[in-house]
Write a protein that binds this ligand. Structure first.
Ligand code: G4P
Length: 524
């Protein structure tokens, strides 16, 4: 197979959902189709149970599991499918945001009885920002569900995206009979089953066979509803899907493996192949001959005795080859990788080459940071991996004077991994850890102790938000810094950060200093 064919057959995407909507279950069913796993239950949910916020073992388990399931690749029907896993717990939302920078499309799972939930809303914001194409899978139709039209309206309103149903449910819960596949124009009858897959039957909407198969009432309702669907929603336009303006919608039940194959078939037909990536210098096309890529995730290994990590690199262009020297752009050094890994479901294999759309795991002893670019010599810097304004803050102090060095190193490395953000308070010189979720503080404390032998102590710090500031008006910036000197910090790259104690304080600052720009993400 030639280089272009390899690129064209790749589909790299993430499944996102609010916890419990069925992301893990759907992932598993897709892997079953790909033959990547053979029994249900092989993919472990990587979510931390909501009750276990202080269960360290749970955190460790989560970390271990998510290494194995970070990327799940499989072959299906000539395609190479790469599913990128995202953490279920909302405190790890930043990880999810970063993972979304490495995908070409997204499948959103929505619980049919709950509709759009908070986490879905937040993740969709990122997709909208990046114009990522999304397909919606409305799950759990085997349970009493909300009215499908109401669900579609809710998705349109809450996720701010046009919708176009490509399948339509026949009842739900106990009277769930199946779906009519609008995309393929055939009927899928539902039989509760967790492992086997039903065949679609070609039944035209007008035929009496439809009545015979699902009953007169259901058939009449289906005809009426589909008429409404055709009247209300413009015909499906794949270009509007690819531009991120319209989301095709499927209904089904992941647990019963119902509607999943149709989803997969349609996904493979319409989902985009690897797309260009944006670098500061220029846009990079996957078809370019020379290899480029960027690190979107770093994972520390489970073994506390070996502080080895894996840097996950998304291949943006060219062919990645084992043992070939590549430029680590930030360090300005050439590095060779003798054991790059790829991920096939729950297995990790050493690979010789990888293509655009693929994710390569590079064993790392501390060279990489989130956002680093790798190339065949070009000084290129990929964009789109911002840190977001943290909202939870604590001072971090050394609790063991003998281990100051270990603590500093540990904090540094954990920040490189993107676990949290570090700021230095300009007024008192103390270190501040800022996060988007409370769980990170426990993860940091635990990992500092177990991986670096360092003990930390936290002290609460009540702040509303930290935001990056900049201005072309040097005078006003100097005035601002003078007036707000108690609320200034530097981030790890030495940039100015304003620590707002309250929303009111932030608004006042924005009002009083009109020539200062306040940024809520680190990329501006
Ligand atoms: P998540 O990764 O999005 O958090 O969700 P996950 O797949 O773990 O699913 C959450 C729960 O919903 C699981 O039940 C799962 O079995 C169930 N579920 C998923 N899809 C369907 C479906 O189509 N129909 C029905 N009725 N249930 C579904 P659980 O009891 O929390 O976990 P488990 O003990 O079954 O693993």
């Amino acid at each position: 197979m030639d280089f272009l064919q390899e690129i064209n057959r790749r589909r790299t995407f993430a499944i996102i959902s609010h916890p419990d909507a069925g992301k893990t279950t759907l992932t598993e069913k897709l892997l079953l189709f790909g033959g990547a796993i053979h029994v249900a239950g092989a993919v472990k949910s990587n979510k931390i149970k909501k009750t276990a916020t202080s269960d360290f073992m749970e955190i460790e388990k989560q970390r271990g599991i998510s290494v194995a399931t970070s990327v799940m690749g499989f072959e299906y029907d000539g395609y190479k499918v790469n599913i990128l896993d995202t953490p279920g717990h909302q405190d790890f939302a930043e990880d999810t945001f970063r993972t979304l920078t490495a995908v070409d499309s997204v499948i959103i799972v929505i619980d049919a009885a709950k509709g759009v939930e908070t986490q879905t809303r937040k993740l969709m914001q990122v997709c909208r920002m990046r114009k990522t194409p999304v397909i919606v899978f409305i799950n759990k139709m085997d349970r009493p569900a909300n009215d499908p039209f109401d669900l579609l309206d809710e998705i349109e309103a809450e996720l701010q995206i046009g919708v176009r149903p490509l399948s339509w449910p026949i009842g739900s819960g106990e009277i769930f009979r199946g779906v009519y596949n609008i995309f393929e124009k055939n009927l899928y009858l539902y039989e509760p089953s967790k492992q086997t897959v039903q065949e679609g039957v070609d039944v035209s909407l007008e035929s009496e066979e439809l009545d015979a198969r699902i009953g007169d009432n259901a058939a009449t309702t289906l005809r009426e509803e589909l008429e409404t669907v055709e009247g209300v929603y413009p015909e499906f336009d794949v270009n509007l899907y690819r531009s991120g303006d319209v989301a095709p919608v499927f209904f089904g039940s992941a647990l019963n493996n119902f509607g999943v194959r149709e989803l997969l078939h349609c996904f493979l037909q319409i989902a985009p192949k690897p797309q260009p990536s944006h670098a500061e210098e220029r846009d990079v096309n996957p078809e370019e001959n020379k290899f480029t890529g960027f690190v979107f995730k770093i994972h520390a290994n489970m073994d506390p005795n070996h502080r080895n990590r894996i840097a996950f690199v998304k291949v943006c262009s060219g062919k990645f080859e084992r043992n070939k020297p590549y430029r680590h752009v930030r360090l300005g050094k050439d590095l060779k990788f003798s054991s790059p890994t790829a991920f096939m479901a729950d297995k990790k294999n050493i690979i010789d080459e990888a293509y655009p759309g693929d994710i390569v795991g590079l064993p790392d002893t501390g060279n990489f940071k989130i956002g680093d670019s790798v190339s065949e010599g070009e000084n290129i810097h990929f964009r789109g991996l911002p840190s977001f304004s943290p909202e939870l803050f604590r001072y971090i102090d050394n609790a063991d004077p003998m281990k100051a060095k270990q603590l500093a190193k540990g904090i540094d490395q954990l920040m490189d991994e993107g676990v949290a953000q570090l700021f230095i308070h300009q007024f008192n010189g103390r270190k501040i850890i800022g996060t988007v979720g409370a769980l990170q503080f426990e993860v940091i404390e635990y990992r500092l102790l177990h991986e670096y032998g360092a003990k930390c102590r936290y002290e609460g710090l009540s702040l509303y938000k930290a935001c990056w500031i900049e201005s072309d008006d040097a005078e006003q910036l100097a005035e601002f810094k003078k007036r707000k000197q108690q609320y200034l910090a530097k981030d790890k790259d030495g940039r100015d950060v304003f620590l707002a104690e309250s929303n009111f304080m932030l608004q006042m600052a924005q009002q009083d200093f009109k020539n200062i720009r306040f940024h809520f993400s680190s990329e501006f």
